[in-house]
Design a protein around this ligand. Structure first.
Ligand SMILES: [Zn+2]
Length: 95
């Protein structure tokens, strides 16, 4: 998953604003699992919308999407490495 600084960098690229308070809130180590819970997206996005506006609420949802993409990219890299190692072990070449 991207670091808070990376999330901020992505937000600036996407919106022109860092939304540091959004990313720090989501990744607070004390509440990290609860705040990444996809079943609470509606509840938390409303809080962000009321407090900082619609764009902040969208950046909260985008943070979750970026974390998810990061996780899957790692998973794909790990699986690919395992496939490559296994193919090499059996002397099979990757096409
Ligand atoms: Zn996160």
């Amino acid at each position: 998953m991207p670091s808070i600084e990376k999330h901020i960098e992505i937000s600036i690229r996407r919106t022109g604003k860092p939304y540091r308070e959004v990313h720090e809130w989501i990744d607070d180590p004390q509440h990290k699992n609860e705040r990444h819970d996809i079943t609470r997206v509606l509840e938390f996005s409303r809080i962000f919308e009321e407090k900082y506006g619609e764009e902040a609420a969208r950046e909260y949802v985008q943070h979750l999407a970026d974390d998810l993409n990061g996780k899957f990219n790692h998973l794909i890299e790990d699986v690919q490495a395992l496939v490559d190692t296994t193919l090499a072990y059996f002397g099979a070449k990757k096409q």
